[in-house]
Design a protein around this ligand. Structure first.
Ligand code: AMP
Ligand code: MG
Length: 305
């Protein structure tokens, strides 16, 4: 494994990301993605996959350093999933090697009264990554087409003038989101979206683990069981959302999430693929700046002590 060249690693990363990338949603069907899928890898390949992930994480750190130095592009990574699909763990592992100064994580929970006094994009806009940074959204404005769609009574709390809430509201939101994401892309903020696709059966197994293991009790919330009862509605909402908001500039990656080790590899691969496509370079120092560096070097070397 250690002998893998950088070029090889990037090529492999692309091969792990590509099968899950949805750039055009018309024909997308959630049932075509198997949450158990691990491509050609078997359970006994797990140690190899972990090793590859470690190398991928090192590569990500290198890209992030260049992104920061260039101070031009920004990267927004959006994570959406059902409860216990592994969003938090994936974010923790995949970003473990990057410099915290270049990374901002924002988690979006039920909106506050201040949030509800604004349009639904408002709270997310305030957390967009700066140029040179990676911004991670743990949930996002997409919740306003998911949980709010599954529980339409939440829409009433959004205080939108009633005449603006019609039967096309979800289509309208998808359109606004598409435009918002292309606006970001046109400004150099790259958008990549991840749906970690876990099965209902695996969610049950993970909930039971949270209930049975005292160290995991804190992760369990009674609300999670309530939402589980709406599984089919959520799947339909996710599918429709992906169909309408997948684009070339802001693709969805629908990542199988029943095997955490695989989810992490696929997500890291997609981020590597994205950052590699930017051809990031450390900024070149101009003639004048080079002269300044040279005189600073001479001054330092001339110091007595
Ligand atoms: P967790 O990420 O598990 O801490 O849960 C956060 C909760 O906030 C989830 O149940 C989400 O569905 C909920 N949430 C996030 N955004 C919204 C929103 N815009 N409207 C209503 N609930 C939301
Ligand atoms: Mg939760």
């Amino acid at each position: 494994m250690q002998s893998i060249s950088r070029k090889d690693l990037i090529r492999r990363a692309c091969s792990f990301a590509e099968p899950f990338r949805i750039s055009s949603g018309e024909s997308f069907r959630l049932e075509d993605v198997d949450p158990e899928d691990t491509l050609h890898l078997e359970a006994e390949d797990k140690p190899l996959a972990k090793e590859a992930l470690t190398m991928g994480i090192e590569l990500l750190a290198e890209y992030q350093d260049k992104l920061y130095a260039q101070d031009s592009w920004g990267l927004l990574l959006i994570f959406q999933a059902m409860d216990a699909a592994g969003k938090d763990g994936t974010i923790k592992h995949v970003m473990s090697g990057v410099n915290p100064q270049g990374c901002q994580v924002s988690s979006f929970k039920a909106p506050t009264s201040v949030d509800l006094d604004h349009d639904y994009l408002w709270r997310c806009m305030q957390c967009l990554p700066e140029r040179g940074r990676i911004g991670i959204f743990n949930r996002s404005y997409y919740e306003d087409t998911l949980v709010v769609r599954v529980h339409p009574e939440l829409l009433e709390h959004q205080k939108i003038p009633p005449e603006l809430v019609g039967k096309d509201i979800w289509k309208e939101r998808f359109k606004d989101i598409r435009h918002f994401e292309s606006y970001l892309s046109r400004n150099g903020i790259i958008v990549r979206k991840f749906f970690l696709h876990v099965s209902k059966k695996e969610q049950k197994r993970r909930f039971l683990e949270r209930l049975n293991n005292p160290e995991k009790n804190w992760k369990f919330s009674a609300a999670d069981i309530r939402e589980r009862a709406f599984w089919e509605d959520y799947m339909a909402a996710y599918e429709d959302m992906i169909r309408h908001t997948a684009s070339d500039e802001a693709p969805w990656y629908v990542v199988p999430a029943n095997n955490k080790w695989f989810t992490r590899v696929a997500v890291a691969a997609a981020i590597i693929e994205t950052l590699d496509s930017l051809n990031l370079r450390y900024p070149k120092v101009g003639e004048e700046a080079r002269r300044e560096l040279e005189s600073a070097r001479q001054a330092l070397e001339a110091e007595k002590a």
